[in-house]
Design a protein around this ligand. Structure first.
Ligand code: SAH
Length: 213
């Protein structure tokens, strides 16, 4: 069953369109995704504001504009994207957006309880084209590679080598890079080279290195 636009969803989508994301498919799925399901009980009244919100354990659900902006980078790829890998499932909001746009979505999260709740939300929304894993996103998901696109929703101190390796021969990586000063970076891979473009300034929680919490 396809998710239907709601009044609040449409208002949020309109806000995002005014901020500069225009791809009709992004606007459509933002309008149809119930963001209130992805935020804690006490913050539901803020779910349709264009802000990041705490989701517990020191993590945040990303700002809707940023989610839209990153998703648009995938939709604008000059090749077909079938398989997408997301690093940093968090609430699962970005995952749910991707699942409505691409045939196969994979998502890795290092905090088990966040992953558990995100998985439950995918089931509630009937989004069955998502596979989730508890693990370290710096390592990607090698057994499911290659991916046509990879989207990282936490800021990396440097480019994770494993993710570049796990891109398809023609593939696209969208990743925030940096610590205090973060840039959203778009990396295009083709059979001969990597091309890097900066898209803008962003603020994400860090992509934590090493062992699982
Ligand atoms: N897309 C999410 C963003 C959540 S914040 C949303 O909109 O809800 C970033 C997430 O990345 C957090 O849940 C955090 O636990 C996770 N994360 C941080 N470092 C990670 C790592 N090395 N591997 C996997 N997930 C990581």
């Amino acid at each position: 069953m396809k998710l239907q636009a709601t009044r609040k969803g449409l208002q949020l989508a309109e806000l995002i369109r005014q901020e500069g994301v225009s791809h009709p498919d992004v606007i459509r799925v933002i309008a149809a995704t119930p963001r209130d399901m992805f935020v804690p009980e006490g913050l539901k009244h803020k779910a349709y504001e264009n802000n990041a919100l705490p989701i517990g354990l020191g993590q945040t659900i990303s700002q809707p504009f940023t989610v839209a902006q990153m998703t648009e980078q995938l939709l604008n790829a000059p090749f077909t994207i079938n398989k997408v890998l997301e690093i940093g499932t968090g609430s699962g909001y970005q995952t749910a957006i991707l699942a409505q746009l691409f045939p196969e979505v994979y998502s890795v999260e290092r905090i088990k309880s966040l992953q558990f709740h995100a998985k439950r939300r995918m089931n509630q929304l009937d989004l069955h084209n998502v596979k989730m894993k508890h693990g370290d996103g710096w390592q990607g998901w090698s057994s499911k590679a290659p991916f046509d696109a990879i989207i990282v929703t936490a800021a990396a101190s440097s480019l994770p080598e494993a993710l570049i390796k796990q891109l398809s021969e023609t593939g696209r990586l969208v990743i925030p890079v940096g610590e205090n000063q973060q840039k959203l970076v778009l990396i295009n891979k083709d059979s001969t080279a990597l091309k890097t473009d900066e898209i803008g300034d962003v603020r994400f929680v860090p992509l934590v290195a090493g062992a699982l919490a």
